[in-house]
Design a protein around this ligand. Structure first.
Ligand code: ATP
Ligand code: MG
Length: 403
């Protein structure tokens, strides 16, 4: 009989995967964030499954299995067009390079697997009937809203210091407090963070800044002095204290970098991106956001600003204007955007080739780009109508300047 008491429709499809593995004789559970979030009635992001079956055994059971991290027992099972991360129950050794466990031992029982998990609220397992396995009083901690290490905090943090940052990240996502012993050990062992690969740190910081309770999490970062062990915050210890005190959820790490660059312009955006090992996409978005913020601080919102701000950065931009200038601009941006004469350069009724052809005596060069941008500006600002004839007429009165 299915209990359905901790059920959530996201599990409906996934439970079939559990049943299939179990029919083949292997104990299987939902684990980690999905169990925690369903008990909290929070939206579930991804479903993690833990099983006694070995990766090879899963490959025999399902047609489509992608070995994404087979050496630590993780495969992706495709079932009814959905992917599920399925990990074999395991113990793990020390993470010497602070990236992944050195040695992983596959085991046949969930109990030992739950023991290796970071926090009690993440060490809950749920079977296909919705029954919860809770060896470390994780449900009590969910009720008390506490982040508590599984077992001895000191040992768990020494095994993988990333857990310290994960702890603070969960305070940001859930609004929970850190339990006292966990807190004390976090403070004592904070310097161990320096041994973690920066990519893992950046991933956690990204999630931390995206949390609803980011303000509280930043308070933890300050109180616990964790910031003193994170690249760039370490070299500029005053920086984190310059953050506004009304922080709310960020949309992206690009926005975080833009804010820090705004708070201290001596640290460039490329420096942040390099030190925190972010992507080129993040770099581009940060540079664009920063330009928009600078423009806004001098001229407020106008059509040109909205035109040059990529649509996907609009929410980040609004968040930054709220934080820095206490100005909500979302609806202004939408209104202006919907009434723009053009939304990209390709819509301009004249292009570079045509312009060049109008001035055959002029050499190709910078003037052309500047001139095209000037026309684009006039059109965007509604000072020139976007038709070929209007643009040509405008050109007659405003010949290009050559320097
Ligand atoms: P979310 O997916 O919402 O970010 P999550 O709790 O699912 O949160 P994941 O990183 O997806 O976090 O990990 C899934 C589970 O694996 C965790 O709930 C936890 O039980 C375990 N886990 C992940 N990383 C660690 C770690 N560094 N140390 C111990 N256990 C971990
Ligand atoms: Mg997860």
């Amino acid at each position: 009989m299915r209990m359905k008491k901790n059920w959530n429709e996201t599990f409906e499809q996934a439970v079939k995967v559990l049943s299939i593995i179990e029919q083949n004789g292997y104990e299987t559970y939902f684990v980690g964030g999905c169990v925690r979030d369903s008990l909290l009635n929070r939206p579930i992001k991804d479903i993690d499954i833990a099983t006694a079956a070995l990766p090879e055994e899963l490959m025999d059971i399902f047609d489509s299995v992608i070995p994404v991290g087979i050496e630590h027992g993780t495969v992706l099972v495709r079932f009814n067009q959905v992917s599920y991360e399925v990990t074999t129950f395991r113990h793990e050794g020390i993470y010497t390079d602070q990236r992944r466990p050195d040695d992983v031992t596959f085991i046949r029982h969930i109990e030992d697997d739950l023991q290796r998990r970071d926090f009690t609220i993440n060490a809950l397992a749920m079977d296909r009937h919705g029954e919860i396995k809770d060896l470390f009083s994780g449900r009590e901690d969910l009720d008390k809203q506490l982040i508590r290490s599984v077992g001895t905090a000191a040992e768990r943090f020494m095994e993988d210091p990333l857990r310290m940052l994960r702890g603070v990240r969960f305070t940001s996502q859930l609004g929970f407090r850190i339990e006292k012993e966990t807190y004390n050990e976090l403070y004592r062992l904070r310097a161990e963070i320096e041994t973690i690969a920066i990519e893992r740190i950046t991933d956690e910081l990204t999630k931390l800044f995206q949390g609803e309770f980011v303000q509280e999490a930043i308070e933890y970062m300050k109180q616990l002095k964790l910031y003193a062990h994170i690249p760039l915050w370490k070299e500029h210890p005053g920086l984190i204290h310059k953050l506004p005190e009304n922080l709310s959820a960020f949309y992206s790490i690009a926005e975080v970098i833009t804010l820090f660059h705004y708070l201290d312009e001596t640290i460039t955006i490329p420096t942040w991106v390099r030190e925190w090992k972010c992507s080129n996409k993040t770099k581009k978005a940060s540079l664009q956001l920063f330009d928009a913020i600078e423009y806004f601080s001098k001229k407020e919102i106008d059509k040109w600003l909205v035109y040059t701000l990529p649509v996907e950065n609009q929410l980040s931009f609004n968040h930054l204007t709220c934080l820095l200038f206490n100005k909500e601009v979302k609806s202004d941006i939408e209104k202006i955007y919907n009434n723009l004469a053009i939304t990209n350069r390709a819509q301009l009724k004249i292009n570079g080739h045509e312009l060049q052809a109008l001035f055959p005596e002029l050499p190709k060069g910078r003037w052309l780009r500047n001139y095209l941008e000037k026309i684009e500006y006039e059109v965007v600002m509604d000072q020139l109508i976007n038709t070929k004839s209007d643009i040509k007429e405008w050109i007659l009165c405003h010949p290009p300047e050559i320097d």
